[in-house]
Design a protein around this ligand. Structure first.
Ligand SMILES: Cc1cc(NC(=O)CCC(=O)O)nc(C)c1Br
Ligand SMILES: [Fe+3]
Length: 250
C-alpha cells in the first residue's frame, strides 16, 4: 500500500528515477540536502499547480500557525503564516497531486533500496505522512526558524515540491534558508521555484526558515518515516497516554 499504486511503466522513466535516486543518495549523504529541478516537467507541474489553485479557491485550506509580522508588531496585527491542507492524493480532483506523491515515493523507496542494501543514511523508510499543501498568502508572511523533527518523532526525510511560476526572489521574497549543521556558517538558500523538489534530513541537522513572501507561495511537503524511530515514538506516545490517564494524574 505504501509503494505508489502505479510505477512509471516505460523504461526511460525508470532510468530517470534511477538517475534522480543517485543524485538524492549522494547529495543527502554528502550535504544532508538535495535539490532536483524540473522534477515533473512543465506540463505535469502545471497540472499539479492547477489542482492546488482549485483547492485554494474551493476554500480547502485551513489557517496554519499564527505569525506576528514584526514590521507591524506596533499594531499587534498577527498575520496568517502558512495556510495548509492535508491530502493523501487519492481525493477526487487531485489525481495529478497523487501522481507527484507516487513519483516522490518511488524515488525514496528506490533510493532506500539502492543505497547500502535498504538503508538510506542509517534509515529504513517504511511510510510517510500525508501530503501537506501549504500556501503563504504573501503579504510578508514568513515561517520562523525551526527544526521539523527535533525530538525523534520518526520523521527522517522532508521532501518539499515547489509550484511557484515566474518567481523573482528579489521582488517576491519567500526564500527558504537552511542552516545545515556542520556547514560552519554557510547556509543553503533555496528559491521556491516551480517544479523544483528539495530533500533534507528532518532532524536537528537542518534548522530552516522561510523569509517573508510578498507573492502567494505554494509548496507540497511529504515527511518520510524511519521504521525504528517511528515505532519507538509511537510506543513512547502510548506510554505517556497510559501514564497520564492513570487515576490521580490530572
Ligand atoms: C506546518 C509546517 C510547515 C513547515 N514548513 C517549512 O518549514 C517551510 C518550508 C518551505 O515552504 O520552504 N515546517 C514545519 C516543521 C511545519 Br510543522
Ligand atoms: Fe519546516
Amino acid at each position: 500500500e505504501f509503494l505508489p499504486s502505479f510505477l512509471p511503466r516505460n523504461r526511460n522513466n525508470l532510468e530517470e528515477i534511477d538517475d534522480i535516486c543517485r543524485n538524492v543518495i549522494s547529495d543527502m549523504n554528502t550535504w544532508g540536502v538535495c535539490v532536483v529541478n524540473n522534477f515533473l516537467g512543465t506540463e505535469k507541474g502545471i497540472s499539479v499547480l492547477d489542482e492546488v489553485l482549485n483547492m485554494y479557491s474551493a476554500g480547502m485550506f485551513r489557517d496554519g500557525q499564527l505569525v506576528s509580522n514584526k514590521a507591524a508588531a506596533s499594531d499587534l496585527k498577527t498575520i496568517r503564516g502558512d495556510q495548509i491542507a492535508w491530502l493523501d492524493g487519492k481525493e477526487k480532483n487531485c489525481q495529478n497531486i497523487g501522481m507527484l506523491i507516487s513519483k516522490v515515493d518511488a524515488i525514496i523507496m528506490r533510493a532506500n533500496k539502492m543505497y547500502n542494501n535498504g538503508k538510506m543514511g542509517d534509515y529504513t523508510i517504511n511510510g510517510r505522512t500525508k501530503a501537506m499543501v501549504a500556501c503563504y498568502p504573501g503579504y510578508g508572511s514568513h515561517y520562523v526558524k525551526h527544526v521539523d523533527n527535533p525530538n525523534q518523532d520518526g520523521r527522517c526525510i522532508t521532501a518539499i515540491y515547489y509550484l511557484n511560476r515566474d518567481w523573482d526572489i528579489k521582488q517576491n521574497g519567500g526564500l527558504l534558508r537552511i542552516f545545515p549543521e556542520g556547514w560552519q556558517d554557510q547556509v543553503a538558500d533555496i528559491e521556491p521555484l516551480f517544479d523544483r523538489i528539495l530533500f533534507f534530513w528532518s532532524d536537528r541537522r537542518n534548522p530552516h526558515e522561510v523569509q517573508p513572501a510578498y507573492k502567494t507561495r505554494y509548496a507540497i511537503t511529504l515527511w518520510y518515516f524511519d521504521a525504528e524511530e517511528r515505532n519507538e515514538a509511537c510506543r513512547r506516545y502510548q506510554r505517556d497516554r497510559e501514564i497520564n490517564s492513570k487515576p490521580g494524574n490530572p
